[in-house]
Ligand binder design. Structure first.
Ligand code: 3ON
Ligand code: FE
Length: 481
């Protein structure tokens, strides 16, 4: 893939950098400053997670993914909206706030103060609960892939403690931040994996029914180190992409680098796709050209093949040690683009075709189509169709025809993950709304933006201006309660 002309003209650096500031305050207010109208039928709560602190008492973090999880909730009811944000009171957050300084090494490179002496041989990390937030079986759970979830009170966002699902997880057990909700005849299922990367990597799979009961479990081992952030599911398969990376733990152990910074991409090696049949613990390996995948959009089965749509980077969209993420040069960062993989279990072959070539991240779709054939993907995208830049737009693609619609918040707006909410009594896949948080660099505040998913080009139905900014976040979900 060629990275063409620089695209910096769609935004100003200082505007983009404003979204990388901590939000230390916790708010609770009815949103009053609104352009347009909140649809009266939109009812429920959008929960969103992401790093809320980019510094600890003035000491900057080295990477936003090291930031303590902060939950936002936006509650919609009869055309009105209420905002709240609270930090997840993790053990590490409480200890560091009390101490007024960094006490833990960050996975993505943030060191403890005190130089090498303080960092060498410290392999303790803090569960920062900053990646995703889901509401399942009456429990609101903040997720971070390398440790147990934290449970919160859905109305106050108070932290209730670590969740172990009645003994399913032991202290320190991983639980991925990317569960999928599989539509199921006997009630939807929450399907998730947990991975312990190592010399070989152990993967567990769990399926929960709507009452929170675990109704299916299995596990298997992937040879070699595996950094797997997300997975895809179909009715018969779980699909994992093992990125071609190696982990050299020495600089981590010696205290020079964070564990995540010790991961390097092996361009010559294939990406291994592990196709796991539900109920079988011997996964099938299929190889495809080297690429790095964090997120999958969707997967489904068709004529004996498995189709997977995933965002691919030409290399690990890495962590350059010593470079401040606030001053990153996007022309040097690999853009992500959406590809369709056709997996043929019979011939163990993979075919790959491009879907979206514009730089994009944070895919979503109508939840009713998860694990099934679908037509519309919605995704954060750059304002311009070539090169790399921050996400400023939402792109909707009809994956059947390639037809695209774009709504861009450029030049002053920076886009977060869109979340799709089906309209009541919808009869078409795109009968719904998209909600996203947009950081407005001109006003140093964030907007909650509501779009009609059928016609995103028309721009927001409503823009809710918050009283403050929200740092760039990760994932969220909507629950109609
Ligand atoms: O041995 C190591 C142990 C360990 C605890 C291996 C390891 C590095 C895999 C690991 C931990 C991994 C963790 C905690 C990963 C967390 C990932 C995370 C918080 C977020 C990933 C986000 C991905 C993307 C693509 C975000 C994109 C954001 C934008 C485009 C924003 O504009
Ligand atoms: Fe993610």
């Amino acid at each position: 893939m060629t990275v063409s002309a620089p695209t910096r003209n769609t935004y100003l650096d200082h505007n983009w950098q404003g979204g990388h500031q901590s939000l230390k305050e916790e708010y609770d207010y009815a949103i009053a400053d609104i352009d347009g109208e909140i649809p009266a039928e939109l009812s429920g709560t959008l929960f969103r997670n992401g790093p809320g602190l980019l510094d600890v008492n003035g000491t900057p973090l080295q990477h936003p993914f090291d930031g303590d999880g902060m939950i936002c909730s936006i509650q919609f009811d009869q055309g009105k909206a209420h905002f709240r944000n609270r930090f997840v009171r993790t053990e590490g957050y409480l200890a560091e706030q009390e101490a007024g300084k960094i006490l833990y090494r960050g996975v993505f490179g943030t060191p403890k103060p005190g130089g090498l002496l303080a960092n060498a041989f410290d392999i303790n990390f803090k569960n920062i609960a900053n990646t995703h937030i889901i509401y399942w079986a009456g429990k609101l759970l903040a997720l971070w892939e390398a440790d147990q979830p934290y449970r919160l009170d859905p109305s106050t966002l108070d932290t209730l403690g670590l969740e172990d699902f009645s003994g399913l997880l032991n202290p320190g057990d991983p639980f991925s931040a990317h569960p999928r909700i599989l539509p199921h005849a006997d009630g939807d299922r929450l399907v998730n994996f947990a991975i312990k990367p190592g010399l070989s990597s152990k993967v567990k799979l769990f399926e929960f029914d709507p009452s929170g009961e675990v109704v299916h479990q299995q596990q298997f081992v992937i040879p070699g180190f595996a950094f797997i952030h997300d997975f895809a599911v179909t009715p018969n398969y779980y699909i994992f992409f093992q990125n071609p990376v190696i982990l050299n733990p020495i600089p981590f152990l010696l205290g020079f680098k964070g564990a995540g910074e010790c991961i390097s991409f092996k361009p010559g090696s294939p990406t291994k796709i592990w196709l796991v049949r539900r109920g079988e613990n011997k996964p099938q390996q299929l190889d495809t050209d080297a690429c790095f995948v964090f997120h999958h959009a969707n997967a489904y089965e068709e004529d004996g093949q498995v189709i997977v749509d995933s965002i691919c980077y030409d290399t690990f969209p890495g962590l350059e040690s010593g470079i401040d993420f606030r001053t990153i040069d996007f022309d040097g960062v690999p853009p992500g683009s959406l590809w369709r993989f056709h997996l043929n279990p019979e011939t163990a072959t993979v075919e790959k075709t491009p879907l979206i070539q514009r730089s994009c991240e944070f895919p979503t779709l109508n939840p009713a189509n998860v694990a099934h054939d679908y037509r519309y993907v919605y995704i954060g995208a750059t304002d311009t169709s070539t090169g790399n830049a921050p996400l400023q737009a939402i792109l909707k693609q009809d994956v059947k025809t390639g037809e695209e619609q774009v709504w861009s918040a450029a030049p002053q707006g920076f886009m977060g993950e869109p979340v799709f909410i089906p309209k009541p009594n919808a009869t078409q896949e795109d009968h719904g709304w998209l909600i996203a948080l947009v950081y407005d660099g001109d006003h140093d505040r964030s907007d909650v933006v509501i779009l009609d998913a059928e016609r995103i080009e028309q721009g927001p139905l409503a823009r809710l201006h918050l009283k403050h900014h929200i740092p760039y976040g990760l994932h969220g979900s909507f629950t109609p309660t």
